[in-house]
Design a protein around this ligand. Sequence first.
Ligand code: FAD
Length: 430
Amino acid sequence: MAKIAVLGAGLGGVIMAYELRDILGKEHEIVVVNKGDRYSFVPSNPWVAVGWREREDIEVELGPVFARRDIKLHPQGAARLHPQENRIDLTDGSSVSYDFLVIATGPELAFDEIEGLGPEGHTQSICEVGHALKAKEAFQQLVRKPGPVIVGAAQGASCYGPAYEFTFVLDKALRDARIRDQVPMTFVTAEPYIGHLGLDGVGDTKGLLEAEMRQHHVKWINNAKIDKVDSDMMHVTELAEDGSVKATHDLPFAYSMILPAFRGVSAVRDIEGLTNPRGFILADKHQRNPTFSNIFSVGVCVAIPPVGKTPVPVGVPKTGFMIESMVTATAHNIARILDGKEPDAQGSWNAVCLADFGDGGVAFVAQPQIPPRNVNWSSSGKWVHAAKIGFEKYFLRKVRIGKSEPFYEKLALQALGIDKLKSIKLDEDA
Ligand code: FAD
């Protein structure tokens, strides 16, 4: 009997545990180490930040459902991983050993890289539900006392869809509150152009998102490096394509939400052979670490190089469907190793994203992530808002019932021609 530990119970980690249980049957032990005993659906945080969702709507208590699926939960959180000893030290001094480990710790939020950035400073965040609740208080304050708004993503950020999404969700919430006319809005982004999204655009995301910005009266600054944030002023340097300074801006604001750069969490950072310099986990095409062959990784914590050079650093997003494809490949590969075979499954790493704008939205599918692509599609319309609500309900149901992929989801994905796994072929090195 093998013991498989999953580190992190977010979008990737929870379904990782379920898929492992499905594929391995009852004979192997599965344990999950998480910070806390609740799952939180991060993609709904923009709605929490304007009061369209409560915390309880988007969280699931993991203990009961894990117990039903015979998965042990350690909610203390990891203090430090010791990969040479196959051991995770937990924050209460106890430890968990494993035969295989899947790291799914998501990002650490690097607010400290910019003076004044983040909820401890002067800008809001929607990366965690706690931050989104704090952002809601700031939003209510803005409704009471309207003023300029800045939304965007800092240098080195890799998550751009939610920045656009939040811009338009906020625009809708301000229109609903009948104060949009008193709130000038500016979008500040490290991307070289609107709609780049860390993917060098998908279909016509440039045209679609620029048009939405114009229609919603949102000004923008690209190639933006945020130098410092004071309590009511953001200092931004705008770079030209050759990397020289094009302009500097002192932008007053009453409310700001800026997505920070991500890095790996401290429990796994700075481990030679395991992580890159930013603390992201190195993984081969089978999600397996090249140095520690019993360690796999899925989700935002995986090291993926940027798609190309940009004047201001821009990271690659890891969206929900891409993460699910990593999970399916990893479950399959661990099962193969337990059967005495070599891993052979590769996640498709397709980027599929629904960016909700409150009453419309933009959707895209990039297959593969790096251009040129086989599928390079984007579209907009009211249906995206409905589809995003569907995604939320659907994913939370999966988590609540303890199943990774109900049958109808398989059908929907196949109908769209989107597969989670690249065709499985025998490893050439096997
Ligand atoms: P997470 O879901 O962040 O989970 C990481 C888990 O690891 C957490 O439970 C955390 O507590 C745990 N953890 C961290 N450190 C430790 C430790 N030391 N010990 C134990 N546990 C630890 N993608 C989409 O496809 N569609 C969307 O609409 C979408 N919207 C997004 C909106 C926002 C605001 C953000 C930030 C991202 C969005 N994404 C979206 C991208 C992505 O799907 C999510 O970020 C997703 O939650 C990432 O999953 P993950 O499992 O990698 O990390």
